[in-house]
Design a protein around this ligand. Structure first.
Ligand code: 2HA
Ligand code: ZN
Length: 274
């Protein structure tokens, strides 16, 4: 099968374009990766070129040895993924040691995988250990969420609770809350380590003054997670802009009732009295 006919590749391209249309990917901002299923790899193996040179990941991910990923390219624009997929995205495979990768398709003209490859792969490694079903890691620059990192304390408890309060379905969409990494240099192993530690506990982690990482089992739910959090952040920005005083809100007791009916566990650490 042609690479561009594979449903996972089509869904990847569609998600990248949806993110572009949301305004979350100015210039070359943001990145996306997908851990392929063995049957998907099998369908396109004949179209992959295994003769390339192995390159250092910049992190060690032995849990992902031999795995195949669809990734966006370093310096590539989400805006162009739909029209020029071969140039903007690629398929890579991790070697047996988990420290190197090889480009097997795409990223034509000397392209490289996303500059955030260490964070993507370390997040995939952590999530795969939790469940084989986790396949998608998505990083975007949604404006309202980033704005909040200048005015709220950089504390997971505060971000989780404030964003839960802005829309009733939020605790159902991200019951494990949001991790927060204080400002850090992007692109390296240090931020990758800090993020992946938080991703053991959460499906979503904020990079202060930068953006958000989301992990999920498929393209729709991972995109939906980013979308839900940014929508909630937008409502919070509006509330704060109206003076920030809430006449009424969703209470800890309301959240406990919601958890019961929707069958989710909400940790008490997020349900503190204010
Ligand atoms: O430029 O978003 O974090 C891509 C990025 C780096
Ligand atoms: Zn970024």
């Amino acid at each position: 099968m042609e690479i561009l006919q594979l449903q996972a590749v089509k869904d990847f391209i569609r998600m990248a374009n949806d993110g572009w249309n949301m305004g979350w990917h100015e210039r070359n901002g943001g990145n996306l990766s997908y851990r392929m299923k063995p049957d998907e790899v099998e369908e396109i193996t004949a179209c992959l070129d295994f003769s390339g040179k192995a390159e250092d990941i910049g992190a060690s991910v032995p849990q992902l040895a031999g795995e195949y990923f669809i990734v966006t390219g370093s310096g590539k624009f989400f805006k162009n993924v739909l029209d020029r997929p071969e140039d903007s995205i690629g398929i890579i495979q991790i070697d047996d040691s988990g420290s190197r990768y090889k480009i097997l398709w795409g990223l034509t003209g000397g392209g490289r995988p996303t500059s955030e490859l260490p964070t993507h792969l370390m997040n995939h490694a952590v999530k795969k250990e939790i469940s084989e079903d986790y396949r998608v890691i998505y990083h975007a620059h949604p404006a309202n969420l980033i704005a909040l990192t200048f005015v709220l304390p950089l504390d997971s408890k505060v971000f989780t609770r404030e964003l839960w309060e802005m829309a009733t379905e939020c605790p159902v969409v991200f019951p494990d809350g949001i991790g927060v990494v204080p400002w850090e240099v992007p692109g390296g192993k240090v931020i990758a380590q800090k993020t992946s530690e938080l991703m053991e506990k959460h499906d979503t982690t904020i990079w202060a003054h930068h953006g958000l990482f989301c992990a999920g089992r498929d393209f729709d739910t991972t995109f939906g997670l980013m979308h839900t959090i940014e929508k909630s952040a937008e409502i919070l920005v509006k509330v704060l802009s109206m003076g920030g005083t809430k006449r009424q809100t969703i209470t800890p007791e309301n959240f406990r009732s919601l958890a019961k009916d929707f069958n989710v566990t909400l940790r008490e650490e997020f349900l503190y009295e204010k």
